[in-house]
Design a protein around this ligand. Structure first.
Ligand SMILES: *Cc1c(COP(=O)(O)O)cnc(C)c1O
Length: 484
């Protein structure tokens, strides 16, 4: 991957150069004189081919799951089939409006109801809302449902238990819901024990938010005992289902005692990711929590689908209408293409791929927990650290080999964590090429550590000042002005 830097569009062109000549065209645009500018300082003056080439070159500098292997743990950056895009682009889906009369959009409403039923089946829970636009928003919706349920039962609770291995969005969602989060320590085996949960349970606990398998890629083996303890204390079990690609078609969270669960369609069900959406974080609940789901709901009466806007116990809207409908169509298309057996195979292959990488790398990288891996495996930089090479250096060096880095420094319970999630969409050749690169870097770390410490060597830019970029972002091009 030896890409060339691309200058800014402002640094290209020459005065008077244009793509289309509006003024002299045979059919000038009817723009009022008063709206026309005399002058636009610093505006790039470029011809059409230069504009096209500029943006195409910029797009080729992007790193994506469509171009390279992207083993970002917890994020499930699997390949998204193009067929899903074609389905979402069908006019009957892409050109309808949420306020269109129900009788004209029966197909879309049916898709919503069917997708809810499929997700309910996979989760082992009874009812689903598709409204939340991201995993974190699903968590918030789920916690609001839990809060409403407790209040309805006359109980005011103040705390939520969250294991130290949880995703950062869990305590944030609990806090947004007005709860104090209490950290549950994890044991030397990386797991949450029922004993540690029992110790922390009291009248003030509204719920335990647990991720299973955890963000360490480990299955919580005491989950049934944990669920019993939580329920006996009058609390509910919230399961973070972002990692459903380790369970789908094999085990159901509802059977493990979960009362509420959010899915991440943009992880498990192969739809695009995006900052703050476009994603989807549907929430599944057990039967008696159904009245609290967000509104509006789509209902079916004798094969006719319609909206329902009034339900006294609902937590209200969490987002407009049914969330990111285009994402729901993509997930539906993906599930339809896979079928039940295909979804189960997806899980098996994702788990197999992560265990394959674990076996290939465990001789060279420190494995902090011995328990069997599920869909992802977490290593640390302990061995490379002895030569002054850290996780960040390994991540940067991987770019020279054409791979995106794994998730780094997360989960926080592992110092210098490297969290690898290969997903089920990669070939054996790709997994081997990645393992070979990781082994080569481990070798370099002991022989030529400086080479790893100064990586990447072959990218357009080397190490960026990420702190400065975050604290003093320069988001516009100042015409001739100083940046700072
Ligand atoms: C990704 C993830 C989330 C948050 O999902 P977003 O869609 O990014 O908001 C929550 N929990 C876990 C375990 C995750 O992996």
């Amino acid at each position: 991957m030896s890409a060339k830097a691309e200058p800014l569009i402002f640094e290209k062109g020459s005065p008077g150069r244009v793509g289309i000549d509006v003024e002299n065209s045979s059919d000038p645009l009817p723009i009022d004189e008063s709206l026309l500018r005399e002058d636009l300082p610093g505006f790039p003056e470029v011809n059409e081919p230069d504009v096209l080439r500029h943006y195409l070159r910029l797009s080729s500098l992007n790193f994506s799951a469509a171009t390279n292997f992207y083993p970002l743990g917890s994020c499930t950056m699997k390949y998204n089939p193009v067929a899903n895009e074609a389905a979402a682009g069908l006019k009957g889906f892409s050109q309808i409006h949420p306020y269109a009369p129900e009788e004209t959009v029966q197909g879309a409403l049916k898709l919503i109801v069917e997708l809810e039923r499929w997700l309910a089946e996979i989760s082992g829970l009874e009812a689903v809302t598709l409204q939340p636009a991201a995993g974190a928003q699903g968590e918030l919706a789920g916690m609001k449902i839990i809060r409403a349920w407790h209040e309805d039962n006359g109980a005011s609770k103040s705390k939520v238990l969250i294991p130290a291995s949880a995703h950062g969005t869990n305590p944030a969602s609990a806090a947004l819901c007005g709860y104090e989060s209490v950290a549950v320590p994890i044991g030397p085996d990386g797991l949450v024990s029922a004993a540690s949960i029992r110790e922390l349970l009291d009248d003030e606990v509204a719920a335990l938010m647990i991720t299973n398998p955890s963000t360490l890629g480990l299955f919580e083996t005491e989950i049934l005992e944990i669920a019993d303890a939580v329920h006996e204390a009058g609390a509910l079990l919230y399961m973070d289902g972002a990692n459903m690609n380790a369970l789908m078609g094999v085990a159901k969270p509802g059977h493990m005692g979960a009362d509420v669960l959010q899915f991440n369609l943009h992880k498990t069900f192969s739809t695009p990711h995006g900052g703050g959406g476009p994603g989807a974080g549907p929430v599944a609940v057990r039967a008696d929590l159904e009245p609290y789901l967000p509104l509006p709901r789509v209902t079916e009466r004798e094969g006719v689908f319609g909206w329902e806007f009034e339900r006294p116990k609902s937590i209200g809207r969490i987002r407009s209408f049914h969330g990111n409908f285009g994402i729901l169509v993509r997930a539906y298309s993906y599930m339809l293409a896979c079928g039940g057996d295909g979804l189960r195979e997806t899980t098996a292959t994702a788990v197999l791929a992560s265990n394959y990488l674990r076996k290939r790398l465990e001789g060279a990288y420190d494995l902090p927990y011995e328990a069997p891996s599920m869909h992802e495996v977490v290593f640390s930089d302990k061995r490379q650290n002895a030569h002054g090479v850290k996780t960040l250096d390994i991540a940067k060096r991987l770019l020279d080999f054409g791979f995106h880095a794994p998730t780094i420094y997360f989960p926080l319970v592992v110092s210098g964590a490297l969290m690898i999630e290969p997903t089920e969409t990669e070939t054996l050749e790709t997994l081997d090429a990645f393992a070979d690169a990781m082994l080569a870097i481990a070798e370099e770390a002991s022989r030529t550590p400086d080479h790893v410490r100064h990586a990447p060597h072959e990218t357009v830019v080397s190490r960026l000042d990420e702190t400065r970029a975050a604290r003093h972002p320069v988001l516009t091009w100042g015409a001739g002005e100083e940046d700072d």
